[in-house]
Design a protein around this ligand. Structure first.
Ligand code: SF4
Length: 773
């Protein structure tokens, strides 16, 4: 093999985290503060130091591992030079939610990080001292207590440590570099895996490539049939072959859509592409135990996991190009490690990570391994991006209810001091919320632009008490319940830290219960921050319309690109009818049932399978009763509120192209059958959509409306009309899935005749026929 000339950039974190881990997965709950909180706490600690403390010192070292030139970067939180003796100490600050008595100061990774910075700093000095100090500063998040641990090392000890660390990492680095040559050679000769592009596909691929090259974001409205996955993956892979990007992330809202990316990769692999890809699953879904309790006394795979995991990762990486969840499970069992953690480690050596929005945007579950350093060469390909706003809003809103706290308090009977302390703190919250209830009399809710700081202080104390309890009571029967409660409280604390003008605080009173919610009104800034973890992002969906709204709400700026592509399908294969003589507004519903039944009957004139979508279960049931009574000979299916995955699959199985009679499925708009289902050919020949999809008027939607109105944006449209119309477009999109499909889409609502709604129709809906009767 030729010597590798390219300078490889590495971070101290990346090397340390991978090489120095040992022992078991034993944090039954999360023990480190999220990164953005960590940064604020660092600043707080650093501010209190005197002039001998130099903060946030960037360090860089150029060296070689074997024949591979590397540049190692890191940033010491502080470097202290004693004004009297001149002694140097590297300070490494760690924030934790664990009580400080349970922190092991010798934590190998933290100390190793400090030692690396010590070595790197020594290299910058003309006359390095004989010895250097390393200090670990631990900050307890809830109590704000600080504890420091100090070591002194000789120059020789520090150098020996660093050299040995690089020797161990060299095995992995060589593997990675050899793989890059194989991969890039295969990319160079890769051609588009079809003889020709579909209509719109080439435009999307070109726009994606230009966006990646320019380091921007692209918001693409690309109708079904264009082949969005391939059109975004292919140029991104080509860009990687040209050295324009580090790993790619293909992010989806649902597990099922990840298989589309897997299929696209397999297709390109058949054309000779070598590309390490991993398909991630949520921890609970990939866990090999019936109960997902990540502690060494509950899970054999958790016990000693870190002692075995690197061998497992090497095995899975060396033997697979595409690592599906099945492969992950197989290798995890073979090496007796946790499949979830092993997959996340394996991802570090992959070219493409296929995962959930959570893996980039979630405040806790984002991939720390990738995004806790300064590398920004990633590309995000975000599928079905219209879902991202609500998902991120949920991730960054938090709520605590009095009843949930009381249940735990009442169940916890133990008399020891740690349990008593937790109970006492939960009681304080209970009393506070009961007083609040009395104070607000008959009021059903109270909205405030500011969070309740007294309540927050109580929650912080209770979270500290819960974390202490959890450390000591790992085998307690209430352990899982208190882990859950602890997560709720720490999520609340985390959101309170982020709370700004884009939030509002809601207190709701239901009988004896009181719920306090920190509600994210506008998640666009949070989305923008998440997208900033990458160099470039392509956000695409068949229903990203109106595009300027989506660019705004999905963290874009005027500098980012937008593209709207026409449908590749023959418009003549879709019959579009809007019945504008029927009002489905709440006040008119009673009188709409009979005409809707009649319209459904007229619309299903051709024998085949149809779906009817309603704005609510209640509305659906009313129409269903009348329809089935009037037309008992027609086969019908009804969506129910609590359908399991098996029920859902069973429902869809009934949509068979060989059905000899008509079948009508009654479903709810925005539910499990209106998005993400692919009933090709004659499995579905029609969709009838009742209403314009606007969400039910609610306090939260009204708050969103008011917030955007204050921002001089169209509040009602942002809160109600655009999200509603998106559901309509998604439901209508179930009918034509391939170029040979044909069918009918019927819209029922008088508002479809208005200029406002007509303006939201996609280009290929222009031939809509309007019926007034
Ligand atoms: S196998 Fe399951 S329970 Fe065990 S550590 Fe992994 S996710 Fe947790």
């Amino acid at each position: 093999m030729e010597p590798i000339q390219e300078l490889i950039k590495l971070s101290v974190h990346k090397i340390i985290d991978f090489i120095l881990r040992t022992g078991s997965i034993d944090s039954s709950f999360y023990d480190a503060a999220p990164m953005y909180m960590g940064a604020a706490i660092h600043r707080k600690i650093q501010k209190d130091m005197d002039d001998s403390y130099k903060k946030e010192i960037s360090l860089k070292l150029e060296t070689a591992i074997g024949n591979i030139p590397v540049e190692i970067r890191g940033r010491a939180d502080g470097i202290i030079t004693d004004p009297m003796s001149g002694a140097i100490t590297i300070d490494e600050i760690k924030t934790t939610t664990l009580p400080l008595d349970y922190i092991y100061a010798q934590h190998a990774q933290h100390l190793g990080q400090g030692k690396c910075y010590a070595y790197m700093y020594m290299q910058t000095l003309e006359n390095p001292p004989e010895t250097i100090g390393v200090q670990l500063t631990y900050f307890q998040l809830e109590t704000e207590e600080i504890r420091r641990h100090h070591w002194t090392f000789t120059n020789i000890e520090i150098e020996a440590f660093f050299t040995d660390l690089l020797r161990q990492y060299g095995v992995w680095l060589r593997l990675e570099q050899e793989w890059k040559i194989t991969r890039n050679n295969s990319i160079a000769s890769l051609t588009f895996p079809f003889p020709s592009y579909r209509k719109g596909q080439r435009e999307l691929a070109v726009a994606a490539y230009r966006t990646i090259s320019a380091g921007k974001k692209l918001y693409a409205c690309a109708p079904t049939g264009i082949g969005k996955t391939l059109s975004s993956l292919f140029p991104a892979i080509k860009a990687m072959g040209e050295g324009k990007t580090a790993p790619l992330f293909y992010l989806t809202a649902k597990t099922v859509t990840r298989t589309v990316a897997e299929e696209a990769l397999k297709l390109m692999a058949e054309s000779g592409l070598r590309f390490k890809t991993i398909i991630l699953r949520a921890k609970e879904k990939i866990c090999i135990n019936t109960e997902c309790v990540c502690a060494s006394n509950h899970c054999a795979n958790a016990k000693g996991h870190y002692d075995r995991v690197n061998a497992a990762v090497l095995d899975v990486i060396e033997n697979n190009d595409i690592i599906t969840p099945a492969e992950t499970t197989f290798y995890a069992r073979k090496h007796q490690v946790c499949p979830h953690e092993m997959a996340l480690d394996a991802a570090l050596w992959c070219d493409l990570i296929v995962g959930d929005y959570n893996h980039v945007f979630h405040p806790d579950a984002y991939l720390h391994r990738f995004f806790n350093n300064e590398e920004r060469d990633y590309i995000f390909l975000i599928d079905e991006a219209h879902n991202l706003t609500d998902r991120v809003r949920d991730m960054y809103s938090a709520e605590i209810s009095k009843n949930a706290l009381s249940q735990v308090r009442n169940a916890l009977k133990d008399k020891d001091s740690v349990s008593k302390n937790l109970r006492k703190n939960l009681r304080l919250i209970n009393t506070y919320l009961s007083d609040l209830r009395k104070e607000h009399g008959e009021q059903r809710n109270h909205v405030s632009p500011e969070p309740d700081m007294v309540f927050l202080a109580f929650i912080k104390m209770a979270a500290a008490a819960a974390s202490e309890w959890l450390v000591l009571k790992k085998a307690h029967e209430l352990h899982n319940k208190i882990v859950e409660l602890y997560f709720e409280m720490s999520s609340f604390i985390m959101v309170a830290e982020l709370y700004d003008a884009h939030y509002t605080s809601i207190t709701e009173f239901y009988g004896h219960d009181v719920k306090i919610t920190l509600f994210c009104l506008n998640p666009s800034k949070i989305i923008a921050n998440g997208l900033a973890r990458a160099k470039s992002a392509i956000l695409f969906s068949a229903t990203l319309t109106p595009l300027p709204y989506y660019r705004d709400i999905l963290g874009g700026t005027d500098e980012d690109f937008m593209v709207s592509l026409p449908s590749p399908f023959d418009p003549g294969r879709l019959q579009l009818v809007s019945h504008c003589g029927i009002s489905t507004k709440y006040r008119d519903r009673e009188s709409s049932y009979a005409p809707i039944v009649q319209t459904i009957y007229q619309s299903i004139a051709n024998q085949g399978n149809y779906l009817v979508f309603f704005p609510s279960y209640e509305y659906m049931h009313k129409v269903y009763e009348i329809f089935t009574a009037k037309y008992p000979e027609i086969n019908t299916l009804l969506q129910t509120t609590d359908m399991s995955e098996d029920d859902r699959a069973g429902f869809l199985t009934r949509f068979d192209s060989s059905n000899l009679s008509t079948l009508v499925g009654f479903t709810v708009l925005g539910g499990i059958f209106s998005e993400g289902i692919d009933l090709k050919g004659d499995r579905l020949i029609g969709a009838i959509i009742v209403g314009v999809g606007i969400p039910k008027i609610s306090l939260r939607h009204d708050l969103i409306r008011d917030y955007f109105n204050k921002q001089n944006r169209q509040g009602y449209d942002y809160a109600y009309v655009f999200p509603g119309m998106n559901k309509v477009l998604q439901a209508a999109g179930r009918v034509i899935r391939t170029e040979t499909d044909a069918g009918i889409v019927v819209l029922i609502d008088s508002r479809y005749a208005t200029a406002q709604y007509k303006g939201l129709f996609p280009e290929h809906w222009k031939c809509m026929q309007t019926v007034w009767s």
